[in-house]
Every structure is written in structure tokens, then in C-alpha cells.
Design a protein around this ligand. Structure first.
Ligand code: URA
Length: 272
């Protein structure tokens, strides 16, 4: 008999995690069984390794912190006054940075406009650019599984069930390169406004660019996860980008912990 009850086991399976018999939930060395998919998005190349005691980074230490998106400027932007229709039109027609030149579609975001959960990713990849929808490639499949594991989804549902998914950038960077600080700054008012309109109870920030944009932090995900952060009064849980998880299967167990922390946070702050 394992330490997981039936419901927890079903959740873990939905997320692609296989649980050994006799594993206690607290340690839960859940063994991922989802194969890695081909790298396609910036996160797959850029997610820094999590903080580990004996970590010897394969890549050079991060350069000086990049300029962060300008939150004060964002607050003063006319975008901050827009309703949904105006905001959609503004994103669709945006030419604020050079990313507009290479895009096929802008990727506004999808989901319930009153969702309790908001997922913030990084930038569209090739498939997202083609379809105009976030997280439709391999990373999106994992995201869908992660959401299903905690009884959430992108498909239509109530604000309790259906999330809103948005990216920090609404246009695909060429060849899926990392977003530039200037691009993040230009796009920040759109994400800010989406969050202000949705007013979620919780934000899941996936990957380092979501974190940079929302928390103005250049810290590694591994250092920021495991606690509750704040974006304008809304709790933010930092977790690994699904594209990174596809290449780093062992960190799926940590991502599962992050989802559990998010669930607990929503539950604790639920109005009584
Ligand atoms: N990665 C992201 O961060 N967003 C997408 O929409 C797709 C991949």
C-alpha cells in the first residue's frame, strides 16, 4: 500500500508521474514516465538549472541582470484602461517592437476571463505562432496534463475549472530565441492588463521570463520556487516551464510540489 490515496494517484498519473509503491507523499520521489520531446521554445534552451547543493553549471554564470520590464511605465500606459475587446485589438495590431515583423499571428491568450487560476508562460513558439494559441506544442501537452492533475483545464468551464493562459510576449521571437528586455518591457502592459481584467486568485509563473516580468527578479527558478510571491496583491507561485520539464524529468516531482503549494495557497485564501 503506498502513501498516496486513489485521488492523488490519479492526479499524478494525469501529470505523467509514476509513483513507486510505499512512497510517502512527503518525500514523493515520483518517477516521471513521460518521454522528453524535441526542444522547441526558448524555455527549453534557457531555463537555468535549479539550485542544487553540488550543482556545477554547464553554462557560464548568468550575466549581469537584464533590464526588467518597466512596471511603472506599464501602469501609465493607455493599455491599462482597456477592456477585453480593445485589448485584443491592440495586441493583434501591435507594432511596438520588431517581433511584429516575423510573426504569423499574435498569441493573445486563452481561457476564462474570470478564471481563478492564471498561467503565465514565456513566448509563443512555432506552433503557437501558427495557431495563435498559447501552449499548443509538446510543452502545452504537458501543461494540459499538469492542469488536469489538479482538476483544472483550458477547455471551457467555470472560473473554478478553466484557467486563463497568457504569455509574457505575444509574438514569437525569431528562431525561438530568448526574449529581449526591451521586448518584455513593450509587452508588459498587455500582460498587466490581462491580469487586472481576470483578477485571478493565483498566478502560476512558468519559467524565468514569466518570473522576470511578474516579479522583477532575475533569480533562478530553483531559488524562487517553494514559497508564495506577490504580484500586486495576487499570490504568485513560481515553477519550472513545461518545456524545461520535458528535458529535465526529475524536476517534474518539484513541479508537482509547486502545484500542491498553489492549491494550498488558493485554499487558504478562499473567502469563508
Ligand atoms: N512556451 C511558452 O512559454 N508559451 C507558449 O505559448 C508556448 C511555449
Amino acid at each position: 500500500m503506498s502513501g498516496w490515496d486513489e485521488r492523488q494517484r490519479a492526479m499524478l498519473e494525469a501529470m505523467g508521474l509514476r509513483v513507486w509503491q510505499n512512497a510517502a507523499p512527503a518525500q514523493a520521489p515520483a518517477v516521471p514516465n513521460v518521454p522528453a520531446a524535441a526542444a522547441a521554445t526558448p524555455a527549453e534552451r534557457s531555463e537555468p538549472p535549479p539550485a542544487r547543493p553540488a550543482a556545477s553549471p554547464a553554462r557560464p554564470p548568468a550575466a549581469a541582470p537584464p533590464a526588467m520590464p518597466l512596471r511603472n511605465a506599464a501602469a501609465a500606459s493607455p493599455v491599462a484602461q482597456m477592456g477585453w475587446d480593445e485589448l485584443r485589438a491592440a495586441v493583434a495590431g501591435c507594432r511596438a517592437c520588431t517581433l511584429c515583423e516575423g510573426r504569423k499571428n499574435t498569441v493573445f491568450g486563452v481561457g476564462n476571463e474570470q478564471a481563478q487560476w492564471m498561467i503565465v508562460g514565456e513566448a509563443p513558439g512555432e506552433q503557437e505562432d501558427q495557431q495563435g494559441e498559447p501552449f499548443v506544442g509538446p510543452a502545452g501537452k504537458l501543461l494540459d496534463n499538469m492542469l488536469r492533475a489538479i482538476q483544472l483545464r483550458r477547455a471551457p468551464g467555470t472560473p473554478e475549472q478553466q484557467v486563463f493562459i497568457a504569455n509574457t510576449l505575444k509574438c514569437r521571437p525569431p528562431r525561438n530565441r530568448n526574449p529581449e528586455p526591451e521586448e518584455l518591457a513593450q509587452c508588459a502592459p498587455y500582460l498587466d492588463r490581462q491580469i487586472a481584467l481576470v483578477q485571478p486568485r493565483i498566478i502560476l509563473a512558468m519559467g524565468r521570463f514569466a518570473v522576470q516580468s511578474l516579479l522583477q527578479s532575475n533569480e533562478a527558478i530553483g531559488r524562487l520556487r517553494g514559497r508564495v510571491h506577490d504580484y500586486q496583491g495576487i499570490p504568485v507561485i513560481v515553477t519550472y516551464h513545461p518545456a524545461y520539464l520535458l528535458r529535465n524529468l526529475v524536476d517534474k516531482a518539484r513541479a508537482w510540489e509547486d502545484l500542491c503549494l498553489a492549491l494550498d495557497t488558493v485554499e487558504q485564501r478562499r473567502p469563508r
